[in-house]
Design a binder for this molecule. Structure first.
Ligand code: MG
Length: 273
């Protein structure tokens, strides 16, 4: 079953995602060569509390942390263990919060310092794939249109599209129906309707699409050890077009820039810091 959200519920989910994207933006300003991955997780935990929210991932099926931090060949679900970021790393920060009965979920990949042109192109291209997918998220389009847009962009550059992990509906539950693959056929799959909210999250690999699961039973890595990039936004389907929740943009305007002003997090949650 797919749960449609009311206008009031979408407003709550917009606030959830404002916190998500605000915290990811804060973390982006901490990322530099020499920074400690555990410090990023601690910052996110503190800011989640300050906003009066709870972390969606911590404790989810036993996941131990506030953030998923996936570095280089790690695709998704990396656990922020003791590690120092080095120049040339790429790091995906995936973060979700629960507030007023609803979840928000988003992710962004950052380059630490600078990296090779081909890895920089993968990161930029994955962000572009996210935008192209979101562009399809309108009433009357199909899930397959969204996946097709992501897949064709990725494969035109020779990048691998991860098959085993996909986007998802989101609302009162972190993962709701339907699943949203990053591949598909035009006009196929569930028809999109006003009130649906979907977390779209392209995961693109520089090399093979194949992935494997680490011994911690969480961390997903590329099978060939080459880098992977990951971006995610929670998007509502509205009559005006896709609404990128938490972006500050109106429905129909696709804004992927992270909010850069300080204090957006506490302001939304209304909590004390
Ligand atoms: Mg997600």
């Amino acid at each position: 079953m797919i749960t449609l959200k009311s206008e009031n519920e979408l407003a709550i989910m917009d606030r959830c995602n404002t916190i998500v994207l605000g915290v990811i933006a804060e973390i982006s300003r901490m990322i530099r060569p020499g920074c400690q991955v555990e410090d990023l997780d601690a910052h996110a935990a503190e800011r989640t509390r300050a906003a009066g929210a709870t972390a969606s991932f911590k404790g989810y099926q036993g996941f131990p942390s506030t953030l998923c931090v996936s570095i280089n060949d790690q695709v998704v679900h990396g656990i922020p263990v003791a590690r120092t970021l080095e120049k040339g790393d790429i790091v995906s920060i995936d973060f979700g919060v629960h507030l007023e009965g609803f979840h928000g979920d988003g992710a962004e990949t950052f380059v630490v310092g600078e990296t090779t042109p081909e890895v920089a192109a993968l990161v930029q291209g994955t962000r572009e794939a996210l935008r192209l997918g979101i562009e399809q998220m309108r009433p009357g389009r199909h899930l397959g249109d969204v996946g097709y847009a992501v897949q064709t962009h990725a494969e035109s550059h020779g990048w691998g599209v991860v098959r085993e992990y996909v986007g998802h509906g989101i609302g009162r539950e972190l993962h709701e129906n339907p699943s949203l693959p990053n591949y598909g056929r035009q006009g196929q799959g569930t028809r999109l309707e006003e009130g649906m909210v979907l977390a779209i999250e392209p995961m693109l690999n520089l090399g093979t699409p194949k992935v494997s699961l680490g011994s911690d039973q969480w961390t997903v890595t590329t099978a060939d050890g080459q880098p992977s990039a990951h971006f995610e936004r929670s998007v509502a389907i509205t009559s005006a077009g896709p609404w990128v929740l938490g972006s500050g943009a109106r429905p129909g305007e696709i804004l992927l820039d992270l909010p850069m002003q300080d204090e957006v997090v506490a302001a939304v949650g209304g909590g004390v810091s």
